[in-house]
Design a protein around this ligand. Sequence first.
Ligand code: PMP
Length: 369
Amino acid sequence: WRAAGSVPELTIAEIEAAHKHGIEISKAQRIASRGLVDAIGKTPLIRLNKLSEETGCEILGKAEFQNPGGSVKDRAALYVVENAERLGQLRPGGTVVEGTAGNTGIGLAHVCRSLGYRLVIYMPNTQSQGKVDLLRLLGAEVYPVPAVPFENPENYNHQAKRHAERLENAVWTNQFDNIANRQAHIETTGPEIWAQTDGKLDAFTCGTGTGGTLAGVTRYLKEKSEGRVKCYLADPPGSVLHSYITSGGKLTERTGSSITEGIGQGRVTDNLQPDIHLVDGALHISDEKTIEMVYRCLDEEGLYLGASSCLNVVAAKEVAEKLGRGNTVVTILCDGAYRYADRLFSRKWLGEKKLLGAIPKNLERYIVL
Ligand code: PMP
């Protein structure tokens, strides 16, 4: 028997290994005594063999698709909930409310079931029935509401906030501007990458939705390496952050769009403030390059990845080429292709998006839907 929340001690060997790598022993690195939530993180770092050979660099991807909810967002989900517990905003039997149509909802659903909280999700009613069904079967209460812009008080984010305000013992987790999200990556993703590479990495790159991953990992790696590790934003079309960084801080109107779900941003979120200024540069990655990499990762590495992961891999390759042979570049493999297969591997969808031409001839056999 163990009191709730207590964790077993580590073995001497585990402590020595942790010390050797200079990592703090957090709860997440101990035995999963609290159940599923302790299985979040500690993901492998996978060498992308073909791209490493091609560039003469080590290109490594953090396998975030191995988290229980299948994405990098499990880490943020756990941290925003634990932060609310610590602040006394959430007590046993409480309710978590969020506005999301994507991986954060799935991460929160697992975390809330595991810790015993109710979960309420607001999302625009333009989202697929599949997403609604999945969240409901994971135990969430889902409210699809009219898809109106952020400025409109009926926007799903504002409705989520008001729902939480109406309830006792409830919290709106507010993933975009809640910096507990970034903290997850300062305390877990960053230290894991450092330990797994023995600190011998030269660069890090990834895309941004809330900005939690980019800001948190960048903050940790910059601090730990005393500024040596170079960090780059990878941005899809339709996001304003690339031009924000390359213009030295000017925000432009959002124009264009991308097939890449979960990333691309129209503003500098609180999670990105002020750490976005720590990045060394930004790369703009086209949908053509991203979709080609979806097929290449599958064929060359056996990796079945979503588009944001593959945009990150393209960025890692371009950073490697820029830095030259012998460098080690790390990126994030955010999630798998499972939830996007009906689009990414569909001839009709690729045709509609004018992306059929981006698939190399020898990889067309993967277009099976
Ligand atoms: N990829 C996918 C598939 C995502 O769902 C998200 C989260 N929106 C991201 C990348 C970006 O992560 P972050 O919110 O930490 O910027």
